[in-house]
Design a protein around this ligand. Structure first.
Ligand SMILES: Nc1ncnc2c1ncn2[C@@H]1O[C@H](COP(=O)(O)OP(=O)(O)O)[C@@H](O)[C@H]1O
Ligand SMILES: O=C(OP(=O)(O)O)[C@H](O)COP(=O)(O)O
Length: 415
């Protein structure tokens, strides 16, 4: 399959109205305040360039998922963007209603408008084809107001959501600078011949992780290994028959882990020697517990322990490529950051190409010495990055490619 996507260089954007999908999805604290705004910063380049090109820019993004604690409106995001950009950003708490449509219609060349959280619209969250989403209310209401759609949200390119795959069906669509630089940077690393690849996966998105781990292992040779940390590792430990203790089982249950046990079991069965699980954990209060002692020394798992850090670091030394996604522990609490910091630091101390993904692990970079930090490609994507590196074509990129050929746009050849 030929994959060609158009970029900001493909068309003349002077005086054009563009709908720009970015990924401003950021970690929030318990008061719903943004604690790390790197996701906002990375899109400043694309937005600045569109302003310089005299386009009028309407920004569309999401924050969190419906029902989750980090699901919020985007008023703070727009203020932070305005500060980073040094340019007026008009925020409206609407997406497709008359207020939004009228504001878009009235927007002048060089002005920037930001709409509210696109996931407030239930149809956005349906996983479906571009054809299906092109008939959604949102696409039908918004698309006629624009000349172009630009997707800069590499980190959401693995979702078949309306704002990702729907617009390219009906509007000539381009990759923004973030999307473009990601696909160029990852082109070489996607090559299955570059191995061993080591994936260090943590965080809490256990549902996604099952799909990702399966894909990585299925599409790679036996030298590729997956080292698990975070809540994902608790799921796999439990699936492997280890008693992780009552409070950890309850935590897993609350986050939907129990229904995934059989999937985790079958992955373990198929790829036993290629998945590594932690040997020890730091539990709430700071004590270190060997996994065999977990049921006796009951405590909420907060980070990986020293033995695990050492073992994982030894394995990383053999790698040609190391990809880390999702924190090894509850990094919002400083005392449980160590596992994540050490793994990133030790990965960057090898000779491998190191890629860091996901919205949370980036926070660790502030604790990595400058000489090592510069060795790391800090990808804007998490799940998207991993699926892309595991050989899958992402729906968001596919949709851009579809659009380039439908609207006869020039662009860059990816495959
Ligand atoms: N063992 C654990 N138990 C509970 N939460 C964890 C654990 N390890 C990591 N986390 C949490 O994982 C969250 C980030 O996960 P996720 O959203 O999957 O990462 P990313 O945004 O980088 O893809 C953080 O809020 C962190 O506190
Ligand atoms: O943060 C994101 O993904 P990531 O945690 O995999 O990097 C993206 O914003 C996608 O969000 P989603 O996983 O709720 O669709």
């Amino acid at each position: 399959m030929s994959i060609k996507v158009a970029t900001l260089d493909s068309v003349d954007l002077n005086g054009k109205k563009v709908l720009l999908r970015v990924d401003f999805n950021s970690p929030l604290n318990e008061n719903k305040k943004i604690i790390d705004f790197s996701r906002i910063k990375i899109h400043v380049k694309t937005i600045g360039e569109l302003i310089d090109k005299n386009a009028s820019v309407v920004i569309l993004t999401h924050q969190g998922r419906p029902g989750m604690e980090d699901f919020s409106d985007l008023s703070e995001h727009s203020l932070l963007l305005e500060k980073e950009l040094g340019y007026k950003v008009n925020f409206i708490d609407d997406i497709i209603g008359p207020h939004a449509r009228n504001s878009i219609f009235m927007l002048k060349d060089g002005e920037v408008l930001m709409l509210d959280n696109v996931r407030f619209l239930s149809e956005e969250n349906i996983e479906a084809s571009g054809d299906f989403h092109s008939k959604s209310y949102m696409v039908r209401k918004l698309a006629p107001l624009f000349n172009y759609f630009i997707n800069d949200a590499f980190a959401t390119a693995h979702r078949k959501h309306a704002s990702i795959v729907g617009f390219p069906y009906v509007l000539p669509s381009l990759a923004g600078r973030v999307m473009e630089s990601e696909v160029i940077a990852l082109k070489e690393i996607r090559d299955p011949k570059i191995s061993p690849k080591i994936f260090v996966l943590g965080g809490t998105k256990i549902n996604d992780s099952i799909r990702i781990i399966n894909n990585i292992l299925k599409n790679s040779n036996s030298s590729t290994r997956v080292l698990l940390t975070g809540l994902v590792s608790e799921l796999f430990l439990f699936a492997s028959g280890i008693d992780i203790g009552k409070s950890n089982k309850e935590k897993l249950e609350k986050l939907g882990g129990i229904s995934l046990l059989s999937n985790a079991k079958s992955i373990l069965l198929n790829y036993k020697d290629r998945i590594l699980l932690p040997e020890d954990f730091v539990i709430e209060g700071g004590g270190v517990v060997d996994i065999k002692e977990l049921p006796k020394k009951e405590g909420l798992i907060k980070d990986i322990g020293e033995k695990t850090i050492e073992e994982y670091s030894n394995i990383m030394r053999e790698a040609k490529v190391i990809v880390l996604r999702g924190p090894a522990g509850v990094i919002e609490e400083k005392e449980y950051m160590k596992g994540s910091i050490e793994l990133v630091k030790n990965a960057a101390s090898t000779n491998a190409k190191v890629i860091l993904g996901g919205g949370h692990l980036t926070a660790v970079l502030d604790f990595i010495p400058e000489n090592l930090r510069t060795r790391i490609h800090n990808s804007s994507g998490g799940g998207a990055l991993l699926l892309y590196l595991s050989g899958e074509m992402l729906p968001g990129i596919e949709a851009l490619s579809f659009s380039a050929s439908k609207f006869n746009l020039d662009g860059i050849q990816l495959e």
